[in-house]
Design a protein around this ligand. Structure first.
Ligand code: ZN
Length: 344
């Protein structure tokens, strides 16, 4: 049971969030409105029906991805993408998130024939508006759909080159099972040459077997990743945990998103254990409509894992310290923490 003081800390602390997929996070009311506007026939007719579908526990990462692709099909024009982005930024503002990193999974749009220009221009318009009107600082990560071929991921990195000021980072996501990170090494080599920040989803899906741990090793040692999204299955390999701690590789954990398909219950999630190994960790919601927003994620995780105030402060500080370009918020963050400690 969380204390009132802990709840207050979680609500009020200035937050960073490193790991949100825009395409998986379209608020249900926005998705239904856009579906009607664009004549997209979704199986859910109201925001309530869609919200209930998204909050059901998904049996696997693959089942989740199928749902993700369907909801995402409502976005078609630049204005749609801008609207989604601004709606997400509003949710961030409401949670006192000052800095946030959004993965944009363009290939999910590309397969529907939407141009990269439409998607990036739309998201960028939403980002600019959010920055100006809400003061939320947003940075984009280009997500490579790892289920695609290595030639396609290489082409994707070439295609985003003109946008690298808007999208300064790359990630890799979608189904881990059957799709090793190393398959996309050429794309990562090119991204490195372009000066992009390198990250990848890895060590996320237990159905991937030994490949899940190998993916973390490969991403860090062979592909130059400076952080890993999730990475929670690193607990299976002591040498790997030591390596992550020594190299100060951030794991952007999403505890509510991992249950039940990685760990049966939130109480079994290894976030606290990973922190105790000296590995920098941050906490994110991954896809809020499916698992709850960041505040809900933090409240539930703190309760399930008995996190302390210092744990919460460390997780949030890490989300800025190890971020792509949010370090300039640390001054404000540290001042807030100092004040919190002196007043409470
Ligand atoms: Zn993710």
């Amino acid at each position: 049971m969380l204390t009132e003081r802990m709840k207050k800390l979680i609500y009020e602390i200035p937050k960073g969030e490193n790991h949100i997929h825009i395409e998986g996070s379209i608020p249900p009311e926005v998705a239904i409105r856009l579906a009607k506007k664009n004549g997209v026939d979704l199986p859910w007719k109201t925001a309530e029906e869609l919200a209930a579908h998204l909050r059901q526990p998904f049996a696997s990462l693959d089942a989740f991805m199928e749902s993700d692709r369907m909801v995402n099909s409502v976005c078609q024009t630049e204005e749609d993408y801008a609207e989604v982005l601004y709606a997400l930024a509003k949710q961030a503002k409401d949670q006192n998130i000052i800095y946030t990193e959004y993965l944009l999974d363009y290939p999910l749009n590309e397969i529907r024939g939407i141009s990269l220009e439409t998607v990036v221009n739309g998201y960028e318009a939403g980002r600019q508006k959010a920055m100006k009107e809400l003061g939320v600082d947003i940075v984009f990560i280009a997500g490579i759909d790892r289920s695609l071929s290595s030639d396609m991921s290489l082409k994707f990195i070439r295609d985003i080159e003109p946008y690298k000021d808007i999208i300064p980072a790359i990630g890799m996501d979608c189904e881990e099972n059957g799709h090793p990170c190393i398959k996309h090494k050429a794309a990562y080599d090119l991204a490195k040459e372009m000066g992009l920040y390198l990250s990848a989803h890895a060590g996320e899906d237990p159905n991937a077997g030994d490949m899940a741990v190998q993916n973390v090793w490969d991403a860090v040692d062979k592909m130059g990743c400076v952080r890993i999204e999730h990475g929670v299955l690193s607990i299976r390999d002591e040498a790997l945990m030591k390596h992550l701690a020594e190299k100060k590789i951030l794991l952007t954990t999403c505890p509510t998103g991992n249950c039940p398909h990685v760990f049966p219950r939130l109480e079994d999630h290894p976030l606290k254990f990973l922190m105790e190994q000296g590995i920098p960790c941050s906490i994110s919601s991954d896809d809020p409509p499916y698992v709850g927003d960041l505040i809900e994620t933090m409240l539930r995780t703190a309760d399930a894992l008995n996190l302390t105030e210092d744990d919460i402060i460390e997780l949030e500080r890490n989300s800025l310290l190890y971020s792509i370009r949010g370090q300039h918020h640390l001054k404000e963050f540290d001042a807030w923490v100092e004040k919190w400690k002196s007043e409470n």
